[in-house]
Design a protein around this ligand. Structure first.
Ligand code: GLU
Length: 368
């Protein structure tokens, strides 16, 4: 029903669906999957696919094992595998006459507003042209500090940027179980999750496949992003043929349900940042002011954690270190250290130049 009610559907494909443990490409599966997508497109839906597989296919081509790869080698392998991946998609989707395009993103492309808007425009234009965008992380240039590393979180950010109504994470598990189903016979599949609490987080173990980097933990992280941006998300078994059709018929998966978000696109983007660069710990008076819809001023800031620049994503915490809001900082961390606890009219004197009076403007802030 969530897929049925969606105008924009994002689907993430894990490496293990495209290539099996014996390094055999699952061609039939992809051909069948293209029929799934075609069906949605014929119903007037826009579909965006986030796919892993560049490293797996690169390994296959070079006859290498992923586990033995160092970063620079894996970047080269990804570059070789990405073209294999797109060829595979192109061959399969040609059969159902769907046109594809490729978008390779890095973490910075989604975390910087200007670049995220750019990505959004490109995706919208592709939708209008009737193309199905296929997204992967730009593994050949992303280095470990600035990389998603797993396509689950990337998929959630792409779903949010492209305003998808639902995101389906297809992998080799049916969804989230009450216990590890490999170890406990009485484990049952959780069909719907409305709130990601501690229990759910604990239930999600951190096992991942041979090629994929995401385990259940990254899927839960993705679900958190989706819940913040009002996007329904499913974890479903993609190993079966026509998985999207099966989800609609049998609903044999875990849905993370969220209410439609009232936030505008920019605020959704702010609240679902993947990598906040720092933290501001603020006093009770400032929390009260924020609750009244005011901006955060220097006077209420007690402590600064992390090193960040103007415009970077930061977390705003209360004195008990509980996150209260997310925002974009109008100052660098170094500047805030100089002005924290001070009245706004002292900022010019303390910094030696004129600056804004709000450290985080109310328009750049969203309460959690
Ligand atoms: N981007 C990686 C690839 O294409 C996969 C990351 C993941 O497994 O989620 O191989």
């Amino acid at each position: 029903m969530y897929i049925k009610n969606s105008k924009i559907v994002a689907v993430k494909i894990g490496s293990s669906l495209l290539i099996d443990n014996n390094m055999k490409i699952r061609t039939k599966w992809l051909i069948e999957f293209s029929k799934d997508v075609k069906k949605l497109v014929d119903q007037g839906k826009k579909v965006i696919i986030i796919t892993s597989g560049a490293i797996a296919l690169g390994c296959k081509k070079l006859n290498l094992k992923k586990t033995s790869l160092k970063l620079d080698k894996s970047q080269a392998v990804a570059s070789i595998g990405q073209i294999e991946l797109m060829n595979l998609f192109k061959k399969s989707f040609n059969k159902v006459k769907l046109n594809l395009s490729q978008i390779l993103l890095t973490l910075e492309d989604t975390e910087q507003r200007r670049r995220a808007i750019n990505a959004k425009r490109t995706i919208n234009n592709l939708f209008q042209l009737g193309f199905v965008p296929i997204v992967n992380e730009n593994d050949s240039i992303a280095t470990s500090e600035i990389k998603y590393g797993d396509n689950d979180r990337l998929a959630s950010r792409v779903a949010q940027i492209s305003s998808a109504d639902c995101l389906i994470l297809l992998s080799d598990v049916n969804g989230l179980y009450t216990k590890n189903p490999k170890l406990f016979e009485d484990a049952t599949l959780i069909k719907e999750i409305n709130k990601i609490d501690e229990k759910i987080e604990k239930t999600a173990s951190n096992e991942s496949g041979i090629y994929g980097t995401g385990g259940m933990k990254t899927k839960i992280d993705a679900a958190k992003v989706c819940q913040k941006s009002g996007c329904q998300m499913a974890i479903a078994n993609g190993l079966i043929l026509r998985p999207l059709d099966q989800i609609q018929k049998k609903n044999n998966c875990t849905w993370f349900i969220t209410e439609v978000s009232k936030l505008d696109a920019r605020k959704k983007w702010i609240i679902s940042s993947i990598s906040p660069k720092g933290e501001l710990i603020i006093d009770d008076g400032a929390i009260k002011a924020l609750k009244q819809g005011k901006s955060l001023l220097a006077a209420g800031i007690k402590k600064v954690n992390g090193k960040f620049n103007k415009g970077d994503h930061i977390k705003i915490l209360n004195k008990n270190m509980i996150e209260y809001a997310r925002g974009l900082s109008s100052f660098t961390s170094g500047e805030i250290i100089k002005i924290k606890g001070q009245h706004s009219n002292k900022i010019q004197e303390l910094l030696g130049y004129t600056a804004k009076s709000e450290v985080v403007h109310k328009d750049d802030m969203v309460a959690i």
